[in-house]
Structures are given as structure tokens and as C-alpha cells.
Design a protein around this ligand. Structure first.
Ligand code: CA
Length: 395
């Protein structure tokens, strides 16, 4: 995942003549980077500018997703069931991969389920079209030019043929949706047929996921984190900035597991996360949670991976379900709130209409100063207070 440069969103999209010029420049760069002329010309003679990719890349979601929106759509009972079946079907393979990489079976199955619903949807966009379009567009040209070169190298190596290189509009492919650069670096030929095939070989795909997680620093024998229960008088400001503390400190503060049992005494650091504020589930997350975020830089995603893995391994649902009545915000709503927070002296970071860590931090500080529970979450009463104080301050 890459951070989208918000300031450049208004750049006009490229047209056919820009695209043709860009491909001429790209051809030279690819060959300089060591891709064969044959592969380069084969691919470049077939790629076309994809208006659909440009449209998807510029699309702004109308409203933010709440944690419930995100989580309930991805961690479904059908997916848990199917995940348990996959765990049983592929047990031998998964245990072999665990032995090699330290990543337990249920996590591999969880990533697989979230990325492509266990290989049932790998994406149908022609990857070279997607990447060439994004590489020639101005917004994130450098990143996608690198990914396109990587895609050509994969074709060059014989791992994947051009005709079968389909995937997501943003260039991710195969059972576990690797970007081409990750494919080149981390894909493995686990079934021993001489090709690293993340499309047709479940063995290669799951082993590659394990290999990638190991390279990101997965710690064998450690969980991702867990749902917890907080004591009545808990100071929610301790969750600010997802600051880490030794597990023992959280124990002393009265935090228990989701069932009210004492936390374990393993000497690990943990961050408290409240994706839906104090009304929703609370989680302590450990180092492997950060590894999951190295795969996809989204707290919601990482919580879904961790919880789905637990469910696949036999655990029940969250003890505290995500609240269904959380507010959804448009980008304009959030931008206005960021400007209002800034006017009131709380730094929300670059005002970008997104609910990032700096904005949550500003909300939490505002809550502390105004008699709210400082969970960094935008409940209706908090939003109302920010608006009314900003209106008063503004004259
Ligand atoms: Ca293979």
C-alpha cells in the first residue's frame, strides 16, 4: 500500500498521446533495467491506457467506512466456515509452511480469505494495462513504473505468462494479491515444478505468503494481539497514539482478556486500539500486528486478519461487537472538522479529509479538555461540541 498524495488529486488524467510518449520512454528504462527486449516489446505492443483504472484511482469514497461496515463485511460466518474447511483440507501443507516460516496455518488461511476469498476471485484486470496506466499517470508515476518493470521481470523469468497476468486494478495479483515487486522478492516455488506460480498453485501462493510475513519480521509463537476488557474507571487517554506498554503494565491497569481473565505474563509490548471508540471492542496488539500492517497499512485490515485467524482456529465472535450506529463522514465533513480542530488549537495534521492518526489524536486531546471520554472517536456529541466551539471562536 502506498500513501496517496492528496495535493495532486486535481491533476488532469493523461490522454492517449501522453500515454504513447510515456511508453516510448518506459521501453528504454525497462531495457536499461535489464528486462529483455523481447518481453518489453511483447508487453508494450499489447498494453492500452485503461480509463477504468484512471477512474478507480481518482474515485473518492463518498463516506468513510465505520469499523462495523468494514469488519462485518469481511469477517462473515460463511468466511469463517470456509476458512475452517481450508485449514483442514490443506493442513499438511500449512504445517510445512509453518515449520519453514514460523507463521501458523490459521493466519495464512486468514490472509488468503481476506485477499481473494480463498482463491475464488483473483481479479480480472490485465495487470500490464493497470500498471502502465498508473505508471504513465502523474500522481504516483515513480512507484508504478517500478512495479511495471517488476511485472516485466516476472514475465521474463517465465514464472507467469503475459496472457495470464490478471489481477486487481492497482496491480495486485494471485491468490494472496502480491504486487509485482513483492512477487519478485518473496514468491517461492513450493511445489517444485520450477515456476513461482501464485495463480494456479495454492502451494506456491500460501508458502509465498508465509515467506513474505517471515521477511516482514513475523515472530513465531506470538499471537497478533487479542480482544480485551477494560476496567470501569479506565483512563482512555492511555490509548492515545497506540502507544506501547509492557503487557504487565496493562495488567496492573486492570485490563483483562475479553472474558475477564488475567492477561498472560509474557514479556511483550502491546498497544491498545479502540477502532470504534470506547463503545466498541478494545484490542491489545503485539509486534505481529505491526507485521500484518506491513502487508497492508490499515488498522481495520490488520484487526480483520487477526480476528479471522482466531475464528478459523476455533474462537468465537468478538465479545463486544462493533457498534452499528457509528457516524459516517464525507471527506468534506472531515476536512471541516479538521479545520475547526486546528482553529481551536488541536493539531489534526495536514487537513486532508481523512481520519488518520494525527486527527484521532487531536480529537482525543479535545475530548480530554472538554469532559468527554478521550477515545479519539467522533461520536455525535463530540462532533457537535467541536462545531459549536469553533463557531463561537470564529466570531
Ligand atoms: Ca511452483
Amino acid at each position: 500500500m502506498t500513501a496517496e498524495p492528496a495535493a495532486e488529486e486535481t491533476l488532469p488524467a493523461i490522454d492517449q498521446s501522453d500515454f504513447a510518449q510515456c511508453l516510448i520512454r518506459f521501453r528504454e528504462a525497462a531495457i536499461d533495467a535489464g528486462v529483455s527486449e523481447t518481453t518489453t516489446d511483447q508487453v508494450l505492443s499489447q498494453v492500452s491506457l485503461s480509463e477504468r483504472v484512471l477512474e478507480l484511482d481518482r474515485r473518492q469514497p463518498e463516506f468513510t467506512q465505520t469499523f462495523a461496515d468494514y469488519f462485518n463485511r469481511r469477517v462473515t460466518s460463511a468466511r469463517v466456515e470456509r476458512g475452517r474447511e481450508m485449514l483442514a483440507t490443506h493442513r499438511t501443507l500449512l504445517l510445512e509452511i509453518q515449520q519453514r516460516t514460523g507463521v501458523p496455518p490459521q493466519y495464512l488461511v486468514s490472509f488468503w480469505g481476506l485477499e481473494t476469498n480463498f482463491g475464488s476471485y483473483l481479479g480480472k484486470m490485465a495487470i500490464p494495462d493497470s500498471l502502465a496506466t498508473l505508471a504513465c499517470d502523474r500522481r504516483r508515476s515513480g512507484y508504478f513504473t517500478g512495479e511495471l518493470v517488476s511485472a516485466l521481470r516476472i514475465i521474463d523469468s517465465g514464472d507467469v505468462e503475459l496472457a495470464e497476468m490478471n489481477g486487481s486494478w492497482a496491480g495486485a495479483m494471485g491468490h494472496v494479491q502480491f504486487m509485482p515487486s513483492a512477487y519478485l522478492r518473496y514468491a517461492v516455488d513450493f511445489d517444485g515444478d520450477g515456476r513461482r506460480d501464485l495463480f494456479a498453485s495454492t502451494e506456491d501462493a500460501l508458502a509465498s505468503a508465509g515467506n513474505f510475513l517471515q521477511a516482514l519480521g513475523w515472530q513465531a509463537g506470538l499471537r497478533w494481539g487479542r480482544e480485551v476488557q477494560l476496567p470501569e474507571d479506565f483512563d482512555f487517554a492511555l490509548a492515545r497514539g497506540a502507544a506501547k506498554k509492557p503487557l504487565g503494565d496493562w495488567r496492573r491497569l486492570g485490563v483483562t482478556d475479553a472474558f475477564g481473565h488475567p492477561l498472560s505474563t509474557v514479556p511483550v509490548d502491546a498497544a491498545l486500539r479502540l477502532p470504534a471508540g470506547h463503545r466498541g471492542p478494545a484490542f491489545l496488539t503485539y509486534a505481529n500486528f505491526d507485521v500484518i500492517m506491513g502487508w497492508n497499512r490499515s488498522v481495520y485490515y490488520a484487526l480483520a486478519v487477526g480476528h479471522l485467524a482466531d475464528r478459523i482456529a476455533g474462537a468465537g465472535q468478538l465479545r463486544t461487537p462493533p457498534p452499528e450506529d457509528d457516524l459516517r463522514f464525507s471527506n468534506d465533513d472531515l476536512l471541516a472538522l479538521q479545520l475547526q480542530l486546528a482553529a481551536l488549537g488541536y493539531d489534526p495534521g495536514e487537513p486532508d479529509g481523512r481520519l488518520g492518526p494525527a486527527t484521532r489524536n487531536a480529537v482525543s486531546l479535545f475530548q480530554s479538555d472538554n469532559g468527554f471520554i478521550p477515545d479519539g472517536h467522533l461520536d455525535p456529541q463530540v462532533v457537535e461540541k467541536i462545531r459549536s466551539l469553533a463557531a463561537t471562536a470564529g466570531g
